[in-house]
Design a protein around this ligand. Sequence first.
Ligand SMILES: [Zn+2]
Length: 257
Amino acid sequence: MSLLASGLGAIRRVGVLALDLLYPPACLACRRAIAAQGGLCPDCWRAMRFIEKPFCARLGTPFGSEIFAGAVSPEAQADPPVFNRLRAVACFEEGPTRTLVHRLKYGDRHELAAPIGRWMARAGEELLDDADLLIPVPLHRQRLAHRRFNQSVALAREIAKSSGVPLDTGLLARVKATPPQVGLNRKLRAANMQGAFAVAPRRKAALAGKRLVLVDDVATSGATLNAAARVLLRAGADRVDALVFARVVTETRNQSI
Ligand SMILES: [Zn+2]
């Protein structure tokens, strides 16, 4: 057995070496050569704005230095989200995050989903600890047919691998092809998402009393996550949290003014 295990280990090491020769490790954001696959170069790493405590307990938006942990931001108090808590790896507007999101969606998605999913599993530890199911935010079938890839599913698969929380891609459906949210304000985004999601009636039993974590690549106003959370809670879920790679931070701040 141990001989077999060491043999397999050797094969795996040879495999990694062969992969490195074929595809020399490159920074996920700027493609500069780096030492190992699946990472960022030191410059891009330094430029990432990772979201760390203290942040709003509900929205996951970073606070200035002096606010105590567990506090809820004025935005969340004024307009509480439908979901329970949102956690994000990084701020969308700063550093290479936008590039990574874009490449995940339209380009080199396979090499990116694994490391980004691992970062998300770490950022969402608190939510994943006692979660029952991961629910990737679905695309409408027309958009999926056009794009052939849902980045949220790819990320949820990686988070499932890291956390052990299973994913369910068949529970939540996108039943309305919503126009793009770009350029819409917070109110219009929420209106745009109305009726966008549905839970298949025969799957409602699978939801009852479950603690769910919605998975998406980016949260802007939170309208998509709120719409999905509302439908899941109405269908009987016990709790809905949300985990994204990138969080738009300045927009939500500006919206609250
Ligand atoms: Zn780089």
